[in-house]
Design a protein around this ligand. Structure first.
Ligand SMILES: O=C(O)CCC(=O)C(=O)O
Ligand SMILES: [Fe+2]
Length: 365
């Protein structure tokens, strides 16, 4: 990750929310503690895959077979696709974006209640920072709230409407994710039910996250979220119509634009591990703009918290070896949320290159 060193020491409180800073009338440049050498250029691609969920669920045999192939290609080549006709009502998508916006508009003291004290806190809120190559902290141009919503449901108390909307959004996205994972299991040549059983998907972990990116006076001097991959199997993302998500494909960056009411889906670290590297976890980032506030709502869909995720045994048999080491799902998530490995991703730590690497690399596991 390319980041410049801040030129002045930080004079912003550790966990200030960026919203308040962005709203201050005197702000016309990015404070140095946000300064991130940002080459956020990206191109447009006409070939970002679109998957019609309704055809997977009830298309004719031929049409379903074609969409299954498209889904396999999307996971293999891009790690990303736009899901249309998913059956989640437009009104619910709108409601979760609105309720998330209301959360960010709460007084600061309501949001500060959820400042994370430990990685295992089920609700967390703040702005976030990353450590650059010069070992300096760079603040991100975004506020967030994250909450574990399955198998145990947690939700901030305010705004009051968030709870009901989030319960429904969690149920509906979970059911779409389960169906997609069944199809992915079929594409991987696994027996029906194999994935559900070993990843214990009845108790699958779901994390709701909402991101608030206020307008930024110098969008090329700051970053919403730098390039990263996600924990979990499949990440779902919707937004308020303001662009900002970029994905990496064959080394180049692409802007994503999505038809209204579609869901952007990306394959995440645990699908890469489980598929023994057939499906790569896609790198993506969120860039900011100087015109409009952007809100994204993310639902990370994973294995059960206590499931030990490793490459699927039938795939390891086919490949002759496992390319990743096993790790308990929730431990992986919480390691990632606490940024224990600054500069090195969790996924890299689980990759097995060869026998020597296995003995010397990331020996803490
Ligand atoms: O807001 C976005 O477009 C990206 C969000 C994201 O990547 C994340 O929350 O992990
Ligand atoms: Fe992400």
């Amino acid at each position: 990750m390319a980041a410049t060193a801040p030129t002045k020491p930080s004079n912003i409180a550790q966990n200030s929310f960026v919203k308040a800073l962005a709203e201050s009338s005197t702000l016309n440049s990015v404070p140095s503690q946000f300064s991130f050498a940002n080459d956020s250029k990206a191109s447009h691609s006409d070939s970002i895959p679109i998957i019609d969920f309704s055809l997977l669920a009830s298309g004719t045999t031929d049409r379903r077979a074609k969409v299954l192939r498209d889904l396999d290609n999307a996971c293999r080549e891009w790690g990303f696709f736009v899901l249309v006709n998913h059956g989640i009502p437009d009104s619910l998508l709108k409601a979760i974006i609105e309720a998330s916006l209301e959360y960010f508009e709460l007084p600061e003291e309501d949001k500060r209640r959820y400042e994370a004290k430990s990685a295992s806190d089920p609700i967390k809120s703040g702005s976030g920072s990353v450590i650059n190559t010069a070992n300096q902290k760079i603040n991100l141009w975004r506020d967030f709230v994250k909450s574990y919503v399955h198998p145990e449901f947690h939700c901030p108390d305010k705004p009051h409407k968030l709870r009901d909307v989030l319960v429904e959004f969690s149920e509906k996205t979970r059911s779409v994710a389960r169906k997609l994972l069944q199809d992915i299991g079929e594409n991987l040549g696994l027996e029906k039910g194999y994935m559900d059983e070993v990843l214990k998907l009845d108790s699958c972990f779901q994390l709701y996250a909402a991101n608030y990116y206020p307008p930024c006076p110098q969008p090329d001097q700051a970053i919403g979220i730098p390039a990263h991959t996600d924990h979990g199997l499949l990440t779902f993302l919707i937004h308020n119509g303001v662009a900002g998500l970029q994905i990496q494909h064959n080394g180049d960056w692409f802007n994503t634009n999505s038809p209204q009411n579609s869901i952007l889906v990306n394959t995440a670290d645990h699908l890469e591990i489980f598929s023994n590297g057939r499906y790569k976890s896609v790198r993506h980032r969120a860039v900011v703009n100087n015109k409009a506030t952007r809100i994204s709502v993310v639902m990370a869909n994973g294995a059960a918290p206590d499931a030990i995720v490793s490459p699927a045994v039938p795939l390891v048999e086919r490949d002759g070896r496992a390319f990743y080491r096993p790790m308990k799902f929730i431990e992986y998530v919480e390691t990632m949320l606490s940024n224990r490995f600054q500069g090195k991703s969790n996924l890299d730590c689980l990759k097995i290159q060869d026998d020597t690497e296995l003995k010397t690399h990331c020996s803490t596991y």
